[in-house]
Design a protein around this ligand. Structure first.
Ligand code: AMP
Length: 380
């Protein structure tokens, strides 16, 4: 029984628009098939309220069958007598995908009885769902206790942890972390924790404007978290105290509206004109950040440098991606995670030029913060 993370995006016709999470689970599934196991796959998909058809994992079956090159069968539930019978009918080397675990609210509650019911389907439990490893849900953590001698990491989960360990435990120096994205609030803990580990900490994206405000700048209509201005000041102070080179953008690409027809200006980040909002880092910042990245030996990146989804504001993120690729080519170890940074890497076709792309956003951040992940602890 393998907990996979098949929480993939689907379009309105239920076509999978990005199958990376499914592809990432294939090595474990293929290994079990070739070893002659009867393979039961379980996952969640989206955030269903009850049994919503649009969140059914039946939409995944055909694609999974194609990828595995065998006919995958589907169970309309993940527990119960009918599912048990379907499991019993499985032959060695066959695969059965169970219906969305979150059709049962007990899954997210980490309910013990539900976990036991799931466990009764199998002899061996494998967790290969890094994307949900930071959750203490039934299928990701609680279930493991019913397999005291038969619980394992899948190949993907092992790879994810090994890559994070490589960056955190014994990083080759200089070690540079790049944190971007919309807001500081979701990333305070990781920023604080990284200050004890890295040589360089680069901050970009929307959160940089709160730092610019903390430095006394005028940031126009840029994204700002006024309640985090003091925190930004204390991060700047702490970086000085511990000798970390904190790099903030020095300049900014600004627009007078949040759309592609807006008027665009460039300015110092501390001097964004009134009526404009900063949506990307400017040329000077790109140069500054790229120089540091290209001299680094270990790089982790979470969060874009600007609104990369719009072509006028993609350059900062793209150029930082390019600097990471160059550095990787020269021998650095680079680890990218977080939904938006991974989308950016894909948009710019850089997937094969970085060392490792994580399938987990939240899980990666929590690991970097030094937290124990319930899904990992349950197996250890
Ligand atoms: P997060 O989920 O916190 O990593 O944020 C990712 C989102 O931040 C992306 O959708 C970006 O478009 C957005 N973002 C990046 N830079 C800015 C900015 N300067 N202003 C507003 N949004 C931004």
């Amino acid at each position: 029984m393998v907990r996979v993370d098949f929480n993939v995006p689907l379009d309105e016709n239920f076509n999978i628009t990005d199958n990376s999470r499914i592809s990432a689970a294939l090595p474990t599934i293929n290994k079990l098939i070739s070893d002659g196991a009867k393979v039961i796959l379980m996952s969640h998909l989206g955030r269903p309220k009850g049994e919503e058809e649009k969140f059914s994992l039946k939409h995944i079956v055909n694609h999974l069958s194609e990828l595995l090159n065998i006919s995958v069968s589907f169970s309309e539930n993940c527990i119960g007598e009918k599912t048990k019978r379907e499991v019993k009918n499985l032959q060695n080397g066959e695969v059965l995908l169970l219906e969305n675990l979150r059709f049962h609210p007990e899954e997210k509650k980490g309910d013990l009885k539900f976990s036991k019911q799931l466990s009764e389907l199998a002899d061996v439990y494998v967790n290969d769902a890094f994307g949900t490893a930071h959750r203490a849900h039934s299928s990701t953590a609680i279930i493991a206790q019913f397999f005291p001698n038969n619980k394992y990491f899948g190949l993907l989960l092992k790879n994810e942890i090994d890559s994070l360990e490589k960056a955190l435990r014994d990083p080759k120096k200089p070690f540079t972390a790049i944190i971007g994205g919309a807001k500081i609030s979701g990333k305070i803990d990781v920023i604080t924790s990284l200050l004890n580990k890295v040589d360089n900490l680069i901050i970009g994206g929307g959160m940089a404007y709160t730092f610019a405000k903390a430095m006394g700048g005028n940031i126009g209509n840029s994204l700002v978290e006024n309640d985090k201005v003091d925190l930004a000041k204390s991060i700047i102070k702490k970086a000085k105290e511990v000798g970390v080179n904190l790099l903030l953008p020095t300049d900014s690409v600004n627009a007078d509206d949040f759309n592609s027809n807006a008027n665009i200006t460039n300015s110092k980040i501390t001097n964004v004109p009134n009526g404009f909002m900063g949506l990307d880092i400017g040329e000077e910042s790109i140069q500054l950040f790229s120089d540091v990245i290209q001299n680094s030996k270990t790089i982790i990146w979470n969060g874009p440098m600007g609104v990369f989804e719009m072509s006028d504001f993609e350059k900062g993120t793209k150029m930082i991606g390019e600097a990471i690729c160059k550095s990787t080519e020269n021998g650095a170890f680079s680890l990218i995670g977080g939904g938006d940074s991974v989308s950016a890497i894909k948009k710019f076709k850089m997937e094969d030029k970085v060392s490792y792309i994580s399938t987990g956003g939240g899980a990666m951040l929590e690991y970097l913060e030094g937290k124990e992940l319930p899904g990992v602890m349950a197996i250890q």
